[in-house]
Design a binder for this molecule. Sequence first.
Ligand SMILES: C=CC1=C(C)c2cc3[nH]c(cc4nc(cc5[nH]c(cc1n2)c(C)c5CCC(=O)O)C(CCC(=O)O)=C4C)c(C)c3C=C
Ligand SMILES: [Fe+2]
Ligand SMILES: [Fe+2]
Length: 333
Amino acid sequence: MTSSSAPKFGVLMVNLGTPDAPEPTAVRRYLKEFLSDRRVVDLNPILWKPILNLVILNIRPPRVAKAYKSVWMEEGSPLFVLGERLRNNISLSLNVNSQTNIPIVHAMTYGNPSILEGANQLRKAKANKILVLPMYPQFSATTTAAVYDKLMAGLKKCPSWPDLMLIKDYADHPLYIQGLVESIRKQWDEQGERRHLVLSYHGIPKRYADNGDPYPKRCLLTSRLVAEALGLDESEWSHVYQSRFGREEWLQPYADVTLRSFPANGIKRINIISPAFSVDCLETLEEVTFELGDEFKACGGEAYNYIPALNDSDAQVALYCDLIKQNSKQWEC
Ligand SMILES: C=CC1=C(C)c2cc3[nH]c(cc4nc(cc5[nH]c(cc1n2)c(C)c5CCC(=O)O)C(CCC(=O)O)=C4C)c(C)c3C=C
Ligand SMILES: [Fe+2]
Ligand SMILES: [Fe+2]
């Protein structure tokens, strides 16, 4: 297909979303949309709305805005900037080499650019088949299903539907596992040692998993495949969950509790990787890189390094191109 003809399909890459600016007002707007989604917080709105509006949206934005400021890039929020770089590299790899014209857009479940804007952009590019690629390696109803909800809500007003293909997750995709493994090996080579490996995932309330959300099973699958590929025995790696929010129990083991216990148990030198994040963001650049590291060192930890997300690396571009090619086969890629 030449670049002048209509595309056979378009790709809608979707990530969580991020504030437009590292300022309390923008953070408040973002958190309000995000935390009002019942996929994320499933409490009865009669109970939750007053807590959200009167307590959380008053207390949290100034503190979180400060955290965003500490990681903000010249071009914007890391989640968005790094996602854009990835989108661009995928487009180059997919289209330039094979002389196709597949439009790839990058949208957010919450905030800007919205999923509806992304879908409209694809429509303008004349793509009437859409491959939806949520940027979450492990399916969770709190993230991946929320992408589908937003898309369907946007299409409610649309009289003519595009053909849709929804990618559910890629927790065990060989190129994903290979990318993580290569990043870890590269770190070991640079450090000249094989430190204890911590695989830390964003948590969800335990109740969601008890009610059937497969997320922890998908995370454990990723961890086991990485450990297996690296030839690690059980004592050489740990699987934990970070980013707790609110008072109820979240998935365990908790990252902070586990890391604080390590030095007393003889684990003083660690590397930490966060496989649930396709690109680096507030949670990895601030919470994992600094907060967790500080807690570990305060308890006697000696060496602590965060291994970056796959971001716009060749490994991640190869993975996403493969996901796109394999899942669009029926549309004759
Ligand atoms: C309140 C419940 C939350 C659930 C459930 C949740 C699940 C979840 N989130 C991600 C990925 C990201 N979360 C990010 C930030 C973030 N997450 C929550 C809360 C829940 N997440 C909050 C309140 C925030 C905002 C920051 C804060 O106030 O502490 C981000 C970073 C966004 C950015 O702008 O950089 C990502 C990415 C996953 C993968 C997940 C469940 C699987
Ligand atoms: Fe989150
Ligand atoms: Fe956090």
